[in-house]
Design a protein around this ligand. Structure first.
Ligand code: RUQ
Ligand code: CUA
Length: 660
């Protein structure tokens, strides 16, 4: 039974009025004595789970180990990253190219692991750029971003990147409806209802290589798509999207998009959409977008602006393709349970959690149990006809729901700062625990698969006041790890995270750890400017461009003395790390380079572009402490005035060469 005591109700009423977060009392008291031993991973031991966590406004993806909460790596995706040289080296710059040009910082909200038969397969994780709409694919053998595709006709790619059960597609739904791309998009904002449309992109994924392609789009009325979840097992052919702003307001959304008592969950028969698109039923529409790919062997990215026609399916024109299901006030999360039967809408402004039944939805469609009025020419299923039931008085401000392996759901409540565990069938509340504070996303290991691993839950909290030592106006966001193996959730650990986590994934370490690349084989290095031995190191002048073909190995740069560079020259250092051993990167930095430094992995070639700004001697050195003689791993470059006759020469020790 749903138990809400008077104090909680009072809190709910108070918070409901303000719709800001409440702060629960009683910090820290709920940790039991043996919590520490449950998260202790002894030195030299591995964590049980990999945890891939979106960085939100940092634009990156972080990898943690669980249960320890140790940060293992930050993977640069949509933002430049000085730790890895991402967006600074000539090779990586094209990855951040878009149809708007170079975009060095975006907002990565959600991560999705590739799945086979509904189970995580450890091959790739996908991330969304929320601002300049893109989807990225990260390769889990190298933990690097391998591909980024931009989405046309989209304004804020929030309902993304969620996959179908076999990763046939990754979807991206627009958060802000906008007029279609192109010259006719210059319209008055007042014409929203007529000219602004939603688009949902279906990006196909090649099973073997992971290569992404924009296959087709759905065109919808101008609502805001928030989140999505694919069907599973019996609902395999369907995809469910939460929509808000069904009022189609274009200003003061905080009020104007909160008027309707119910918004929608949009159910899409994606198998039918696929068939329609493949059989030429869509409107072939020209689109243009950036598609960036990383070549694993050339260690180089290329960016292409694709111009082509794609099929766009207007949902109002294809009966049976889409149905709207009324969902109480402004749903945020939309989550399908592991059985594929229950669809949970997390209605931000409602006092219930609606749970829909896939069987009932199918029956309602068969019986045409629809509202009398359609929405944008699409049938609206009657609320009661689709409803399995409602979780009553669960808390305030529900955002997201995750599932365990025992038929339970866990919902995060932003406003009342709590996690609530409830049973999917009976809809009864089993447990509630406060979090510190204002939880956004939460994660149960393997929740969005067909068979969750359960065991741990992580709450990703937005507000951290008083949890850590103060660090000025901004505090790290906090994650809280709970043991969910018993009936009650048990708090084990607090730890800070990078950026602002939104969605995350948690999978057993065994899926990934043995496939991890240790170094790049130098013989497979196809970089056009690779230097595979010290004997091949050289300088080449092409007009005012000087190309330095340099190698690094413990503990010297080759060459380490260079003369004959002149003012006005642009110098490209193509640096190859000759090491063939795990975890021996070398770095490269040169005084005055305003484009940062480089980090070069074993067997890889990376290029730094440098335009010297003054005459003189410039030291250069390795920036990664690679050996006992790391401090000796350095050299000098002489820059002479324009027009000087100093010859181009280079050397290492007593070997010296001069350009012919
Ligand atoms: S959505 S809480 Cu992008 Cu919930 Cu983050
Ligand atoms: Cu190479 Cu330090």
């Amino acid at each position: 039974m749903a138990i809400v005591n008077k104090t909680v109700l009072g809190l709910i009423v108070f918070c409901a009025l303000s719709l800001i977060a409440c702060k629960p009392k009683g910090t820290g008291e709920m940790v039991s004595g043996d919590a520490a031993s449950k998260v202790y991973v002894a030195p030299g031991k591995y964590d049980e789970f990999y945890n891939f966590v979106s960085g939100g406004f940092s634009g990156q993806l972080a990898v943690y180990g669980l249960p320890s909460g140790r940060l293992l790596r930050v993977i640069p995706v949509f933002s430049v990253d000085p730790e890895k040289g991402w967006g600074y080296s000539e090779e990586t710059k094209p990855m951040l190219n878009t149809s708007h040009g170079f975009v060095p910082w975006d907002d990565l909200h959600h991560v999705q692991m590739s799945t086979t038969d509904g189970m995580p397969d450890g091959k790739w994780v996908f991330g969304n750029a929320n601002n300049t709409p893109r989807i990225a694919r990260i390769d889990l053998t190298t933990f690097r971003t391998a591909e980024i595709i931009e989405l046309p006709n989209t304004g804020g790619n929030h309902s993304s990147p969620f996959n179908t059960e076999n990763t046939e597609y990754i979807v991206g739904g627009t958060r802000f409806s906008v007029p279609d791309d192109g010259p006719s998009s210059d319209v008055s904002i007042e014409t929203y209802k007529e000219n602004f449309k939603g688009h949902i992109s279906f990006v196909s994924i090649d099973k073997a290589t992971g290569a992404m392609d924009l296959a087709f789009q759905l065109k919808t009325p101008g609502v805001n798509f928030d989140l999505a979840s694919s069907g599973k097992k019996k609902s395999h052919d369907w995809f469910f999207f939460s929509c808000y702003n069904t009022e189609q307001a274009n200003t003061l959304q905080e009020v104007n998009a909160s008027k309707n008592d119910k918004d929608f969950v949009m159910a899409v028969n994606w198998k039918m959409a696929e068939e329609l698109a493949k059989s030429g039923k869509g409107d072939m529409t020209p689109v243009s977008y950036a598609h960036n790919t990383w070549d694993e062997h050339a260690h180089t990215a290329k960016s292409e602006i694709v111009k082509k026609k794609i099929p766009i399916l207007d949902i109002s024109k294809f009966p049976g393709l889409v149905y709207f299901i009324p969902c109480p006030k402004s749903p945020h999360g939309c989550n399908v349970d592991p059985s594929g039967e229950f669809i949970v809408g997390s209605s931000k402004l409602a006092t219930v959690i609606p749970v829909f039944s896939f069987d009932k939805i199918m029956k309602a469609i068969a019986d045409k149990n629809f509202e009398t009025e359609k929405y944008a020419d699409v049938p609206v299923i009657k609320y009661e006809a689709a409803l399995h039931g409602e979780v009553k008085k669960p808390g305030l401000g529900p955002l997201h729901t995750e599932f365990d392996d025992k038929g339970n759901a866990y919902t995060s409540f932003f406003v009342s700062s709590e996690l609530v565990k409830w049973n999917l069938k009976s809809l009864e509340i089993i447990d509630r625990k406060p979090v510190y504070y204002s939880v956004g996303h939460l994660l149960v290991m393997g929740s969005n698969s067909n068979k969750p691993y359960g065991k741990y839950l992580v709450a990703y909290n937005k507000i951290t006041k008083d949890r850590y030592l103060p660090t000025g106006p901004e505090l790290a966001q906090s994650a809280q790890l709970f043991d969910i193996s018993g009936d009650k959730m048990e708090l084990l650990l607090d730890y800070p995270t990078i950026g602002e986590p939104h969605y995350a994934q948690g999978v057993p370490a065994s899926l990934i750890k043995d496939k991890s690349v240790k170094f790049f084989n130098i013989n497979d290095n196809k970089h056009p400017d690779a230097t595979k031995s010290e004997g091949e190191t050289r300088l080449v002048r092409k007009g005012n461009e000087v190309h330095v073909y340099m190698t690094e190995i413990r503990s010297h740069l080759a060459p380490d003395k260079i003369e004959g560079i002149k003012m006005g020259d642009v110098v490209y250092f193509h640096i190859t790390n000759l090491e063939q051993d795990w975890d021996v990167p070398h770095g490269f930095a040169i005084k005055g380079a305003n484009n940062g430094e480089l980090l070069v992995m074993p067997g890889e070639t990376v290029t730094l572009k440098w335009s010297p700004d003054r005459v003189g001697i410039f030291p250069m050195y390795c920036t990664d402490f690679c050996s006992a003689l790391h401090q000796e791993m350095s050299g000098y470059i002489r820059v002479s005035p324009k027009g000087s006759n100093v010859p181009l020469k280079w050397g290492l020790g007593d070997k010296e060469s001069t350009a012919k």
